[in-house]
Structures are given as C-alpha cells and as structure tokens.
Design a protein around this ligand. Structure first.
Ligand code: SF4
Length: 233
C-alpha cells in the first residue's frame, strides 16, 4: 500500500514484481524492491531479528513482523502489505507511533522500587513466572492496531500498555502506590477492554496481553473489596 499525505488523497495499491526464490523474508523483499525498483518506498525496520518490533505491518491480512515472516511460508504468489491500522500513515508503510508511545508512557512503564535492600533483591522463580510472559513484549503495537476499542476510542490505553503495567505491579519489587493503579481504573483503562482477544491472537511474541488486563481487573477488585471490608464496623 502506498500513501504520501503530501500528495495523495487516498492510499492506493501499487504492484511490484519480485523474485521470491530462496529463503527471503517479507522485509528483505521490501528492501529489494526499494533498492532496485523504487527508492521512495517507505517502511520502518531496525534489528531484523524480531526484537525491536519496528517492522510490524499487515501481511496478507495478518499482523506480524516483516523480518520474521518468510515469503515462502505464505505459500502465495501475491503479497499484500499494508501499514498498521489505528495509527496515522506518515508514508507508505510507516505509521505515526506517537499515540501508542503516549499510551505506554501514561502507565509509568518502570519499577517503583523504593530503597534497595542490602545485598540486592531476590525474586523467587514462582514470582518470576507470573511476569515472564509480559517481559517478552517488544512494543511492536500490533495489539494496539488490531484493537476495535482503540479504533473507536483513542482514550483507551490499549493492551500493550496494560500488559506492561501488569508486568510491573506483579513484580514483588514494585512499590507502586494504589493511586497509581487507580489511573487505569478510570475511563480508557482496564474496563474499556471489550475482551475481543484479538490482541492475544496477533501478538508475535505470544505475550497474551489480555491476560494482563484480566489480572489488573482482578487486582483492582480485590483492592476495592479490601477497602470496603476495612470500612465495616
Ligand atoms: Fe506487540 Fe505483543 Fe507487545 Fe502488543 S503485547 S506490543 S503485540 S509484543
């Protein structure tokens, strides 16, 4: 899909022939087209090893990283490559990630660890297991782009931000005060999720971000119940 907002009124598709022989990723195919056929073709990439999340796009209708999607495995003679939806197109396959980064930064994506105990922290394996799946998030924004709630309401922080928050609040080192959690107990937070679970389906790192949303909801309810019972005479 091509689109230059400076020139075009609408996005459109342009066809490029390419030789798919050999083990070639969709990213390599795009690079070949850019190098040999049209140097104005815009797309974003960095690590080429499915670690940075920069080359997330929609390939034949599937949200994935272009660097880890092998052309051969798609078993087709036509590749349809589109930019991530729910984010404004800057040019061709490059989208403006600002709303996504703003959503992630809103939840405070770091440890509120307080003073370090003497000798450092020790996290038991059992505690580590609870957060491990969320630490695999590479912030590719696939879950944000596929989300029907984000599509209709950009106030919703999205699955990646909430999964990241869950990663930190479940970390025994985190001393985040309850009011910090209350921020996602409001409009645009955990209760905005419609539990469609498309985020779990598309995540290229199997993070299952919806699990994090559910865990946060449970935590908020437990906190609420604790406060109700504390108030009882
Ligand atoms: Fe990407 Fe998965 Fe992280 Fe969402 S949770 S940003 S899909 S890696």
């Amino acid at each position: 899909m091509r689109f230059d907002p400076q020139v075009d009124q609408f996005p459109y598709f342009e066809e490029f022939p390419f030789e798919a022989a050999g083990k070639k990723s969709v990213l390599e195919a795009l690079m070949e087209i850019r190098n040999n056929q049209d140097c104005t073709l815009a797309f974003r990439y960095s690590c080429r090893e499915a670690i940075c999340g920069a080359c997330a796009m929609v390939i034949n209708g599937k949200f994935d990283l272009a660097c880890r999607t092998m052309v051969e495995a798609l078993n087709t003679s036509v590749l349809i490559v589109e930019p991530l939806p729910n984010l404004e197109i800057q040019k061709d396959l490059v989208v403006d990630m600002s709303p996504f980064w703003e959503a992630v930064s809103r939840i405070g994506p770091y440890l509120f660890s307080g003073d370090q105990p003497e000798g450092g922290y020790r996290i038991e394996d059992k505690e580590m297991e609870k957060i491990e799946q969320y630490t695999n998030c590479i912030l590719c924004a696939c879950c944000y782009s596929v989300c029907p709630v984000v599509a209709r309401d950009q106030r919703y922080v999205g699955a990646a931000a909430l999964a990241k928050l869950c990663r930190f609040v479940q970390d025994p080192r985190d001393k985040r005060p309850y009011p910090r959690l209350a921020e996602v107990n409001a409009q645009g937070g955990v209760w905005s999720c419609d539990t469609v679970l498309r985020c779990n389906e598309v995540c290229p790192k199997s993070v299952r971000p919806a699990d994090g949303i559910e865990a946060l909801r449970r935590k908020l309810l437990i906190e609420k119940l604790k406060r109700v019972f504390r108030k009882r005479p």
